[in-house]
Design a protein around this ligand. Structure first.
Ligand SMILES: [Zn+2]
Length: 237
């Protein structure tokens, strides 16, 4: 018997009464689970067998599938349904993490951050754009591609001026090194904002001014490193 925290990212109908859940787990990466009887209205697994369910489950393994024997719902982020923006962006977060997460490869920090951003989308739906950008930048950093906003990636000089942000090189080029690379012009103010987004917790993100240019830059940066830029849920936003 295994006890595991999961976040359900997709539910698929299976047999007459069962569901197969696609989830990310705190200790085992991406997993699939069979939730037996979950389609029966009186099942004790109804609540934990839905998209967005964050639950603590007891599992057994049969062949290569996990079977939920019992589960306790921690949260289902029900309040997301009160805001279309929050709901669609939360759906995008699930699609994104579902793509990024790997089987047998886990990162508890990423799991906890994902649960946390869903909570803040539910509680502060007005901050949805900033929350999603912050999540994207923190995610790509946790995946090992943390951009360096402090110094020039070519000569090492401290950046205290407008610069060129190179997505491919993962950082900034100072005015003296611009000729060595391609990138996007960013003002010193924007550089400070990017650094602030990376360091600011979700609960304080409301105080950071994030313009659309920065949001796009973060997204382009993330998509370059994860190798995907088409997410179905983004078409709904
Ligand atoms: Zn330089």
């Amino acid at each position: 018997m295994i006890t595991e925290d999961i976040l359900v990212i997709k539910e698929v109908s299976y047999k007459e009464n069962d569901k197969i859940l696609h989830a990310i787990s705190r200790n085992m990466g991406k997993i699939q689970l069979i939730s037996k009887g979950a389609k029966k209205p009186n099942s004790h697994l109804v609540n934990v067998s839905q998209v967005f369910a964050h639950a603590r489950c007891s599992l057994t393994i049969s062949r290569d599938m996990y079977i939920i024997t019992s589960a306790e719902l921690i949260d289902n982020f029900y309040g997301l349904k009160n805001s279309m923006d929050a709901y669609f962006n939360a759906s995008y977060i699930l699609e994104l993490i579902g793509y990024v997460a790997q089987e047998n490869e886990y990162d508890r920090k990423i799991f906890d951050m994902t649960v946390s951003v869903l909570k803040f989308l539910e509680d502060c739906p007005q901050n949805y754009e900033k929350l999603v950008s912050a999540y994207e930048l923190k995610l790509v950093s946790m995946l090992g591609y943390k951009p360096d906003f402090g110094q020039c990636i070519s000569c090492g000089r401290q950046i205290r001026e407008d610069a060129l942000f190179s997505i491919k090189e993962g950082g900034l080029l100072c005015s003296g090194c611009v000729k060595y690379g391609n990138g996007i012009n960013v003002t010193y103010g924007e550089i400070l904002t990017l650094e602030r987004i990376l360091k600011t917790k979700f609960e304080n993100i409301g105080s950071v001014e994030v313009n659309p240019r920065i949001r796009n830059l973060i997204r382009d940066y993330l998509y370059y490193y994860i190798g995907k830029d088409h997410f179905t849920t983004l078409k709904l936003i």
